[in-house]
Design a protein around this ligand. Structure first.
Ligand code: HEC
Ligand code: HEC
Length: 239
């Protein structure tokens, strides 16, 4: 009986220490902040990696809005994963996977793409749209006719813009054309930019959606206006 009571203080002390993983000054089992490669929340991953170019909450940035439901449904998870992992070669979109010099793990890239889809996509909203990939070639002459029919009312007969329709700059500005890929143009033309008044492929002309060839050819026509030395008033041959 006396032995049992003698053990009591000892066991109380043991219990006290069992509850203490953090003695003052002693680091805990886990670091207090997550390692960057352990961060998995969509909002923080998007904010830290994408918002500077694509805007807070997916719009209002210099690059294509990512919260466009039609864009997300149309491009689909696989194309978007590939772009985010590898970037767009030759343009300002960086690759985020380690293999492309980025700092995100495969799981983090997937968390961003899944988050974009679950927060912003509208399944079915791109039904009937032209295919995603932009072929390298296209019919430039037909593309010009497409531009006149589908785009000129807002972008001007020569692409110069139309402030009354909300377009203040020229779509043929050589600097603009040097900063966007053909696929980037196709994405804007098919998916539109709902926040800015740029319609998607089916609403440029009411009741007459653009066909796959219409989109391919108008992109070829736009790209045919690229110049060799964008941003330079004179060509190097003309000092
Ligand atoms: C330094 C600026 C920059 C950052 C940072 C950036 N992007 Fe981009 N992104 C761009 C540009 C510019 C384009 C257009 C490239 C082109 O012309 O095709 C683009 C294109 C894209 C596209 C392809 C659109 C298409 O045509 O199908 C996706 C998807 C995308 N970005 C997602 C992301 C995500 C997700 C992040 C964050 C993990 C991100 N981007 C970070 C600049 C950026
Ligand atoms: C109903 C008017 C309207 C029609 C029709 C229209 N657009 Fe636009 N477009 C806009 C507006 C508004 C913007 C955003 C403002 C701006 O870029 O000046 C825009 C932006 C764009 C951009 C992105 C430019 C940038 O600065 O980011 C491209 C590319 C574009 N349009 C191509 C086309 C093409 C090609 C067609 C025809 C197939 C077309 N648009 C038809 C109104 C229109």
């Amino acid at each position: 009986m006396r032995r049992r009571f003698a053990l009591l203080p000892l066991s109380v002390v043991c219990l006290l220490f069992a509850g203490c993983t953090n003695l003052p000054g002693k680091p805990g089992f886990r670091p207090e902040t997550l390692r960057p490669d352990q961060t998995m929340g969509f909002a923080i991953l998007y904010k830290n990696n994408c918002s500077a170019c694509h805007g807070d909450h997916g719009q209002g940035g210099a690059a294509i809005p990512l919260n466009n439901p039609v864009y997300l449904d149309w491009a689909g998870k696989q194309h978007i994963l590939t772009v985010v992992e590898n970037g767009v070669a030759g343009y300002q979109m960086p690759g985020f996977a380690a293999g492309s010099g980025g700092l995100l793990t495969g799981a983090q890239v997937e968390a961003i793409v899944n988050g974009m889809q679950s927060h912003w996509a509208k399944p079915g909203s791109s039904a009937g749209a032209p295919a995603y990939p932009q072929p390298n070639s296209g019919n430039v002459a037909h593309g010009q006719a497409v531009f006149t029919q589908y785009c000129a009312r807002c972008h001007g007969a020569q692409g110069e813009g139309n402030p009354a329709a909300g377009v203040t700059g020229s779509i043929l500005n050589p600097t603009y054309l040097s900063l966007i890929s053909k696929q980037g143009l196709r994405s804007i033309i098919v998916a539109g930019m709902p926040g800015e008044g740029m319609p998607d492929w089916k609403d440029d002309v009411a009741g007459k959606p653009m066909t796959d060839a219409d989109v391919t050819d108008v992109v070829a026509w736009l790209a045919s206006h690229r110049v060799a030395n964008p941003g330079q008033p004179f060509s190097p041959a003309h000092p």
